[in-house]
Design a protein around this ligand. Structure first.
Ligand code: FMN
Ligand code: MN
Length: 514
């Protein structure tokens, strides 16, 4: 089990009939995106089409580009080697369920689980395929068929990078997926949004180098809107960053998982693939990357430099606006021979990232229940683009509980970005938007049941009063209780009685309605 690398995973996709190879010449500028967008929205073989391997890219003879590898429910399951994503959630639940062993037998029963845990931790190996070609000089990002996705994009963007950084204080590593705009052959943007873990590492580095630390941490905030430039007490120094492109699917997926900052993604990937991730040391940095990566970019982000990034056609269906972000300077590139460039496009849903988001939704449900135990189920509809809409069903036991749940979600990691939370009772199937619409809207007195709060907003939101700061809305669509001040009778839902139903079942044929 466990895919060794991207190629092993591609072979599995191919065997499952989920990989289409495209021999015709296609331009990485716009054309790949238009083809992938159509395939993402097609229904053959299932919704999301198949993964695509472009083998003839204009201007990049010999290059290969993989896209849409996660772009359907089936491929997402294949990527995580499960029949249903709930299997991953079940495994998490098992680990959370561990009780203190009560005797020898209990301890013996725990052994397999402990042995399994041993497989999660990454392993450092001396070398690996990503070191087949090492270029400390004479390299260029132009070697790779990096996409321009949409007509008004500011340029070409690396869209599926696993960005590795280290917390300067704790030494803990992080892997996050943050897009990178190509400025020139050796320079890119680094779009880690300010609430993400790598952005905090960057601020930690700044605090370290500053005489007046509190003055510096707001640099990114002051730069929002693209007008203010870093001035005055300039921080000096730089921060090491490594970028792995084209890893096995568990690693790539782990880079988007909204894990707590101190949980290392290499460990999450090890848990998902049930086999340790093999890491190799970087050539020029004190960081480690997956040994089997197709491409590794090594370099630095300077603490005193911000540059305009964007616009970029984003997963909201709109262009995210330009803003100032840190800049990544490459110092070394290593890659496999004939590397396969792995990428994605985002745009109007449904698209590949939507399926990755759905996987996060399923896998995180048991973890959400850990802190918000009344949650029964959640749904982040694809058109809600992750952060705009979460529908939550709860088992309500006391007055005001729906509002407690909203507040808990707004304080739970990246769920803080949720612009609209709709809370319904446990009898509502949140996966059925029709049922949610019917019941939620029947059950609310809007003025009474809608609540607004102010707080951090997703960087991609274009409507908030300020970039990254604005209002969020919670809708308490649960049935209202007398203890919540509701004194009117609450009507029953319409349902036919069983006796009549059985009678009609019997008569159905003779009615000639089919
Ligand atoms: C295809 C794709 C592209 C993404 N691009 C960005 C990005 O440019 N900037 C960003 O901050 N988050 C981006 N994200 C979301 C982050 O990867 C996600 O929030 C992740 O949890 C960040 O990791 P961290 O919690 O370790 O910071 C993207 C996600 C996907 C699926
Ligand atoms: Mn992280």
């Amino acid at each position: 089990m466990a895919y060794d690398d991207l190629r092993d995973w591609m072979a599995a996709l191919d065997r499952a009939g989920e990989l289409k190879k495209i021999h015709a010449e296609v331009d990485p500028i716009l054309e790949v995106a238009e083809i992938t967008d159509r395939v993402s929205k097609s229904k053959t073989p299932t919704t999301g089409g198949s993964a695509l391997l472009f083998e003839n890219l204009k201007g990049h003879p010999g290059s290969q580009l993989l896209i849409n590898q996660f772009g359907s429910a089936r491929r997402m399951n294949l990527a995580l080697e499960v029949n249903a994503l709930d299997e991953v959630a079940d495994r998490i639940r098992q680990f959370m369920d561990v009780k203190s062993p009560q005797g020898f037998l209990d301890k013996v029963k725990m052994l397999p689980m402990l042995a399994e845990m041993g497989k999660f931790f990454p392993k450092t190996v001396s070398t690996g395929p990503c070191k087949e070609v090492i270029k400390r000089e004479g390299f260029s990002l132009n070697e790779f068929p990096i996409l321009q996705c949409w007509p008004r994009d500011a340029g070409r963007f690396i869209t599926l990078p696993c960005v590795v950084t280290r917390d300067p204080k704790t030494g803990k590593r992080n892997v996050g997926m943050y897009r990178m705009q190509v400025y020139d052959e050796r320079t890119t943007g680094m779009h880690w949004q300010r609430q993400k873990v790598a952005a905090e590492h960057y601020r930690e580095r700044m605090r370290e180098t500053q005489s007046n630390p509190s003055a510096r941490v707001d640099v990114m905030a002051r730069s929002s809107g693209g007008s203010v430039v870093v001035d005055g007490d300039r921080p000096s120094g730089k921060m090491e960053v490594a970028v792995a492109i084209g890893t096995d699917p568990a690693i790539t997926f782990s880079a988007i998982v909204p894990a707590p900052p101190d949980v290392e993604e290499y460990l999450i990937a090890g848990f998902l693939r049930q086999k340790p991730v093999e890491l190799v040391k970087c050539e020029t940095l004190d960081l480690a990357v997956p040994a089997s990566s197709e491409i590794v970019l090594e370099g630095h982000v300077h603490l005193d430099e911000l540059r305009t990034e964007g616009p970029f056609g984003d997963h909201t269906g709109f262009y995210s606006l330009e803003d100032l972000y840190p800049v990544f300077h490459l110092s070394c590139v290593t890659h496999r021979k004939n590397p396969i460039y792995a990428t994605t496009i985002v745009g109007k849903p449904p698209m590949e990232d939507g399926w990755m988001g759905k996987a996060v939704e399923r896998i995180f449900l048991p973890l959400m229940k850990l802190t918000i135990p009344e949650i029964i189920d959640i749904n982040l509809p694809l058109e809600g683009v992750f952060h705009n809409l979460m529908i939550v069903s709860i088992k309500k036991s006391y007055p005001g509980q729906a509002r407690k749940v909203m507040n808990a979600i707004w304080s739970l990691g990246q769920a803080m970005f949720t612009k609209c939370i709709i809370v319904v009772d446990e009898d509502v199937n949140v996966q059925d938007i029709g049922e949610v619409t019917l019941k939620a809207l029947n059950h609310i007195d809007p003025e009474r049941d809608i609540q607004f709060i102010l707080g951090p907003i997703d960087s991609l939101d274009h409507a908030s009063r300020l970039p990254n700061y604005g209002s969020k809305m919670g809708v308490d669509a649960t049935r209202k209780w007398p203890s919540e001040g509701f004194q009117r009778p609450w009507p029953d839902e319409i349902r036919m009685d069983e006796k009549t139903k059985a009678l009609i079942d019997k008569k159905w044929k003779e009615l000639g309605l089919e």
